[in-house]
Design a protein around this ligand. Structure first.
Ligand code: ADP
Ligand code: MG
Length: 486
């Protein structure tokens, strides 16, 4: 695993500075994992912890920081048997061991919620499982992807606000907003961010009692509600969502549209948690005001805290995301390939990631490295071959098909709202993708004045940034039209 490799490098670096003393002290220390920039260590006793903390950790942590750019922190567990000490202390004088009170036998659970439980190798002489003086970590949180951490999330201008607000919501500093409403088009990292909040929230609370975190998609919330109703378990359901919860994360809230009874239930859960100052985070593909068939009182509550949107990432962010994913998946990717992919796939990170994984799979199947030629061929196979040749007619046709209109509508004088909108979008796409002047476009759209086209393009440009629904239409259309270079 990547984190283990990084940790081993940091250990080697620190050991090299004073090998004998390192062996001695680190035979009383165990590495329990690293998540989200938090290194979990276990010390045999307080004495070892203090010494290692003071004499070795500055070097070790500096190394990790310099390699990752993260703000690394160390979380200690003190006490218990060590199954896998970092060093074996060969020839070193025995460490002073604090007499330990008898503790009940208890299986070791992973402290790091990103790491699966480790198997024990039977080295324990007394056959006893280790126990710690600090509470063992709770089981993994249901439905969370361990890879969706802040450390794996690339921050750029398009998601900066959402990212900062998410860190604050997790208790990581900065003003906390409650609720935090994250919105943006599909595949832009909303789910990734809320999972990261859950991981971080738990890490921040480590050692301070159980962090009760509930992560549900709105769809799951509906299903659980319906089931609880049918089985007469509403008290249990309510206790779960209104009382036994320190952090509530609800993904894709737009799914509650039209489900009035569930909305009512969610409303009460929201109020109870908000009143108790428990953090609530909701994600959505639309701004609160644009949510359809949603009770007004819920919509207004969604805007009580902070509404942070995530836009499509800029080229530099797309490059950084690709590099990060390639590193995580251990895929070798040359700089020119990274740039080519980032320039070609612009709408959505999920698509960017999918392409990378597909390229990697195919390259390993064919035993061929991912060079620029290979990447070009692969993308040509999957994108619209007519993309580069598409003209005004093609764009008009695709737009009409998308909005279920006739081409003649676009060229007509009809100023009905939905037709005018489709017309503006078509003009915008033509201007973006073709080397046509405004007057040329005016002629191609039923002999309109060039100023009409200019104002339409500007209008759509502005909506693209302010209105997720418009952005979603544009992204869908861009996908249908195929890709163009930046
Ligand atoms: P959404 O919930 O907004 O539809 P996801 O959170 O599921 O999107 O993100 C889709 C994919 O893109 C995930 O694999 C996620 O890890 C990745 N992703 C999105 N934004 C980023 C980012 N800024 N840095 C790293 N990965 C990202
Ligand atoms: Mg999602």
């Amino acid at each position: 695993m990547q984190h283990d490799t990084l940790w081993n490098e940091a250990v080697a670096f620190t050991r090299a500075k004073s090998p004998a003393s390192f062996e001695q002290w680190f035979s009383g220390v165990q590495f329990d994992g690293m998540t989200d920039g938090i290194v979990s260590l276990r010390a045999r006793d307080e004495f070892v912890r203090e010494w290692v903390d003071q004499h070795f950790l500055p070097t070790l942590v500096d190394y990790l920081r310099s390699q990752t750019g993260w703000s690394v922190q160390v979380s200690w567990c003190v006490g218990g048997d060590l199954d896998r000490p970092v060093a074996h202390g060969a020839g070193a004088p025995a460490l002073p061991v604090r007499p330990r009170a008898l503790s009940p036998d208890r299986p070791v659970e992973p402290v790091d919620d990103e790491e699966p439980p480790r198997s024990h190798d039977g080295k324990r002489s007394n056959g006893r499982m280790a126990s710690t003086s600090v509470k063992a970590a709770p089981p993994p949180i249901e439905g969370l992807n361990p890879k969706y951490t802040f450390a794996n999330f690339v921050v750029g201008p398009s998601n900066q606000l959402a990212h900062a607000a998410a860190i604050a919501a997790a208790g990581g500093g900065g003003p906390r907003h409650n609720p935090l409403f994250l919105c943006g088009g599909t595949g832009l990292g909303k789910t990734h961010l809320v999972h990261a909040v859950a991981h971080r929230f738990r890490a921040e609370r480590a050692g301070r009692g159980e962090a009760r975190i509930l992560y549900v998609s709105a769809e799951k919330f509906v299903n659980e509600f319906v089931q609880a109703l049918q089985e007469g378990r509403m008290n249990e359901f309510r206790a779960r969502y209104r009382e036994r919860c320190d952090l509530l994360l609800v993904d894709d809230i737009q799914f509650l549209a039209s489900k009035t009874q569930t909305q009512e239930e969610f409303f009460h859960a929201f109020n109870a948690l908000h009143q108790a100052d428990k953090q609530i985070i909701v994600t959505s593909d639309k701004y609160p005001q644009q949510l359809e068939k949603m009770e007004e009182r819920l919509v207004s509550r969604f805007s009580w805290g902070l509404v942070a949107d995530i836009q499509g990432p800029e080229l530099e962010t797309r490059v950084a995301i690709l590099r990060k994913k390639a590193q995580l998946e251990q895929i070798e990717l040359a700089d020119d390939v990274v740039l080519f992919l980032a320039q070609t796939i612009r709408s959505n990170v999920r698509e960017l990631e999918g392409t990378l994984i597909r390229l990697a799979a195919k390259s390993s199947l064919l035993g061929r490295s991912i060079d620029i030629e290979f990447a070009r061929q692969e993308l040509a196979l999957t994108s619209n071959p007519r993309a580069s040749e598409a003209g005004v007619d093609d764009i008009q046709r695709v737009v009409c098909h998308h909005f279920k209109l006739r081409t003649s509508d676009l060229l007509s004088k009809d100023r009905h709202k939905s037709i005018a909108f489709a017309r503006h979008v078509a003009m915008y796409l033509c201007k973006q993708r073709l080397k046509c002047s405004f007057p040329e476009l005016g002629r191609a759209f039923g002999n309109r004045d060039h100023t009409t086209v200019m104002s339409a393009v500007r209008k759509v440009e502005a909506l693209r940034t302010s209105d997720p629904e418009v952005r979603a239409h544009l992204e869908a259309l861009e996908r249908k039209l195929g890709t163009t270079a930046d």
